[in-house]
Each structure stands twice: as structure tokens, then as C-alpha cells.
Design a protein around this ligand. Sequence first.
Ligand code: ADP
Ligand code: MG
Length: 252
Amino acid sequence: MTRLIILTSGKGGVGKTTLASNLAAALTDFGMKVIAVDANLSTPNLALHLGLHLAPYTLHDVLSGKTKLEKAIYPHPYGFKVIPASLGLNDLKGVDVAKLPEISLRLLGKADFIILDCAAGLGREAISALSASDEAIIVTNPELPAVTDALRILKIAEETKVKVIGVVVNRIKGEKHELTKEEIEDLLGVPVIAEIPEDENVSLSIAARKTLLEFSPDSPASREIKKLAARLCGVKYKDCLLYTSPSPRDRG
Ligand code: ADP
Ligand code: MG
């Protein structure tokens, strides 16, 4: 069975695209077939994160009827597949975002997980992407404005009958003013399923156009993303150690 999961947020810049590319990689490590879709049509950057920004066919072409879906699915060296969006502003012409649900339906059966990265906020594009999904992960930072915006998208997800799996809190610095896991759970009423720390390797990996899991597989953020992937696959995190190099203590 294919799981169609959208990574969404109220506020922009919280880490959806970073999580989409690396969750795709982490799920691949667990033997899952994954397709990561850049459903952020107005401000796309998943392809940029993954070094696929020069792909000749994109989701824009599919949505405007210029290309067949199959032509816009590219293999990433890590082992998962990617449907990039176009960086060209002109390509937005003739694109019908309302067709996104039809595209995701056509992807069913082609992978174990379809991960959709989408635009932040409550605009038409973000809502179309939500309607194209069965399940949602809400991404936020541990700050009050981001969590307040997350609450708004959570309500929309519920109205759209999308099952909210939980909240991922990203860029945790451990500073005093940050909301705690418990406070975020109280405010949103859904469980926090991952807590990803601030990690300088994230921006370094994006600059290198590599996933964080390739660039720095044992970095603090990588480990938390692998834990989340384990949770989504229903396996214990201990199993993840198969995919990370052993710590000096484990080596004895
Ligand atoms: P969104 O897709 O929600 O707009 P991005 O994934 O593009 O967010 O991330 C926004 C910025 O935050 C990027 O420049 C990225 O380098 C940085 N970032 C994301 N997650 C982390 C993290 N865990 N640690 C440090 N920087 C991060
Ligand atoms: Mg993004």
C-alpha cells in the first residue's frame, strides 16, 4: 500500500524541503520505495536541494498537460525518485494546481511512500497539495509564531479530512525562549513525532546539493530524521544502527 504523506506548515522556512529530501533518503535506507514530489509550484526548491534543478521535465509540465507524468520522474543517486518542479516563472502559466490530487492518485502503487513537499501557508496551492494527500506531517520551529501558524494548517488539514500523523519540531537550539515538546503538544493537540536539532550540516549539505544523509549521515539532525523514518516504517530505532556507522563505544 502506498502512503501519501504531505509535509506542510503554516509558516515558511521551517524546514519542510530539508525534511522532504532527507526523509525520502532515510525511508530508502529502510528498504522503502519512495517518490519525493515538489508540490511547491510557486516557490519550488526540492530539486535544488537534490541537484535536479536542470531536469528537462517537471511537475509544471505535467500539470499543464505538456508532458506525461512518467517523464517527470527522475532517479536520485540515493535510490529514491523525485518529481521536480520548475524554477522558471514562465512555467507557472497554464498550470492547474487543482489537478494535483489527480497526479497523486496516479502515483499510487508506484512506491511505498510518496512524500509531498509543499508551499507554506493557507493559499490555494497549499490547500490543493493537502487535498492530494492522505496523511500530513506538520513541520514547525519551536517558536510561538510558527506554532500558532501550525495550528491554522492543522485545522485546514482536519477540514480536508487528511490524517495528521503528528508534528515535527525542527531547528531546536535548546534556548530558554523555545517552546518545549509538551507545550507544543498542548497547543496543537497532536503528538510531536520528531525533534530535530539546529545543525550546521544542513545548510552545508544544501550548498553541496546533497542530502544531509549523504553529506553527514551521523550528524545530530540526520539521526533524528532516521528515527522519524523508523517510526513511519514501524520499526524500532535500534534497527537504524544498521544504517549508521557505529559510535566509538559500540565499536568497543
Ligand atoms: P521550508 O521548505 O519549510 O521553507 P527549508 O527546508 O527550505 O524550509 O529550510 C529553510 C532554511 O532552514 C534552509 O536554509 C535550511 O538550511 C535551514 N534549516 C532547515 N532545517 C535545519 C536544521 N535542522 N538546522 C539548521 N538549519 C536548518
Ligand atoms: Mg520549501
